[in-house]
Design a binder for this molecule. Structure first.
Ligand code: UGA
Length: 438
């Protein structure tokens, strides 16, 4: 059992803290908000993440997991401290490191015994060295420390599963010994561990997210070509993805990628590259295609609806993907904004993200069910593919609409079935005319 301090109780911090406690360690999570800490003591989590509440509760009751606003308390016995604070985008697309800086200073002034500082936040290449400089500059006691970069690859919505079943653990440090000590924390997970230098570990995180975003933008570009040529992008993805060199993951065409990671990380790597004299042409194209993908929803709807003035459009799903209440950079925001800008009345429903959505889009009509969204609408757009939407009585939906126009932004429904129910159906990258039956 190791003593671990985790700074930050967001998606990465809380999942890391709770899961490390579940692996048998004693973990204390530090954050600045008293309200969040008080709530966590009562079992109320600041985020929605499937399975997390149960792990938090179990480990809190077993006294392996605790929460505090006090850095002193958090660091007193810690052998390891994880930095898991936010790195939002700055005005130029660069990563804003103010939270990481503050965190490093707070650690430095409280160091009382040797410690390994592990960075889990996604930070620009070179930040590990810089954290070490801050510690050296601000530490009040002459204690030994090492900095390790340990990028996190978990996805929101499946964070606990991803933490417990990683494809690999990446550790970068100037101290091989420190990296090996961190590797021991993950031994129960029995996975491949890659130990490298700090810069390379930091780059692996950006390169991974950028590649995944590239795969999605690629398939979205293929979708546009499929539409023009009368092919079906879902089958194209299946055919391509069956090649082991390509792989089937992240080939789902849709309204584009969003969330708190891909948009910020692709922008940040493009910014870092440009400031170091490189020309990140591919990253720029990847972002541009993603932006266009949101506009395409409006263009395609216009083709069937004419203009939107005085029309009511229903939106199913608001979060940036299913199983999360996270609205950061959600495609729904821009799509709704464009519809409203062109005169549409928009009403929407999301199983869990409506509270967060209200803070960003107070002017929307929020409904208590998908059926209420469709009722009397001139068009319906599915933006987020929650499971709940796959089981709807689509016949009832079609009958309740003023015009049964369905834009399926995630290719969730069967076009032929939707047409049989009376919908004017449009998907992403799917032929307008169905191929002949085999
Ligand atoms: C992403 C990465 O997948 C994680 O490995 C990484 O740890 C995380 O960022 C991070 O940097 O913290 P996440 O943002 O939670 O995870 O969500 P994803 O499941 O990757 O989805 C991102 C976006 O891509 C969503 O908007 C989703 O709808 C979209 N997407 C995903 C597609 O449009 N098509 C696909 O086939 C897959």
């Amino acid at each position: 059992m190791k003593n671990i301090c985790v700074i930050g109780v967001g998606y990465v911090g809380l999942v890391t803290g709770a899961c490390l406690a579940d692996l048998g360690n004693r973990v204390i999570c530090v954050n600045r908000s008293k309200e969040k800490a008080d709530n966590l003591h009562k079992g109320i989590l600041p985020i929605f993440e499937p399975g997390l509440e149960e792990i938090v509760q179990r480990n809190y009751e077993a006294k392996r997991l605790d929460f505090t606003t006090s850095y002193d308390k958090g660091l007193r016995d810690a052998e390891f401290v994880f930095i898991a604070v936010g790195t939002p985008s700055g005005s130029e697309g660069e990563a804003d490191l103010s939270h990481v800086t503050q965190c490093a200073e707070d650690i430095a002034t409280r160091l009382v015994k040797p410690i390994i500082i592990i960075n889990k936040s996604t930070v620009p290449i070179g930040t590990g060295d810089w954290v070490a400089d801050i510690i050296n500059e601000h530490r009040v006691n002459d204690v030994e420390f090492a900095v390790v970069s340990n990028p996190e690859f978990l996805r929101e919505g499946s964070g606990v599963y991803d933490f417990m079943n990683p494809d690999r653990i990446v550790l970068g440090s100037t101290s091989r010994q420190a990296a090996e000590k961190v590797a021991e924390l993950y031994t129960p997970l029995q996975t491949t561990t890659i130990i490298t230098d700090l810069h390379t570990a930091e780059m692996i995180k950006y390169a991974s997210n950028c590649f995944l975003a590239t795969k999605i933008s690629f398939i979205n570009e293929m979708a546009s070509i499929c539409e023009a040529l009368g092919a079906d992008v879902r089958e194209v993805a299946l055919g391509m993805g069956s090649d082991r060199r390509i792989g089937p993951a992240f080939l789902g065409a849709g309204v584009g990628w969003g969330g708190s990671c891909f948009p910020k990380d692709v922008r940040a790597l493009a910014h870092i590259a440009a400031t170091h004299g490189c020309h990140p042409q591919m990253l720029r194209a990847v972002m541009e295609i993603n932006q266009d993908q949101r506009k395409r929803v409006i263009q395609r709807l216009r083709e069937v609806m004419g203009n939107f003035r005085g029309k009511t459009i229903g939106v199913l799903g608001l979060s940036f993907k299913p199983n999360t209440d996270d609205m950061r950079d959600a495609p729904s925001i821009e799509i709704i904004h464009m519809l409203q800008h062109e005169g549409a009345q928009v009403k929407a429903y999301d199983p869990v993200a409506m509270n967060n959505a209200r803070k960003i889009m107070p002017q929307l009509t929020y409904c208590d069910s998908p059926y209420a969204v469709a009722d009397g609408a001139d068009g319906l757009v599915l933006v987020t593919e929650w499971n709940e939407f796959k089981q709807l009585d689509m016949g009832r939906i079609a009958r309740s609409m003023r015009q049964p126009i369905l834009f399926d932004g995630r290719n969730t429904y069967d076009p032929d079935k939707m047409k049989a129910l009376g919908f004017i159906y449009r998907g992403i990258g799917r032929a307008a005319i169905s191929p002949p039956a085999a």
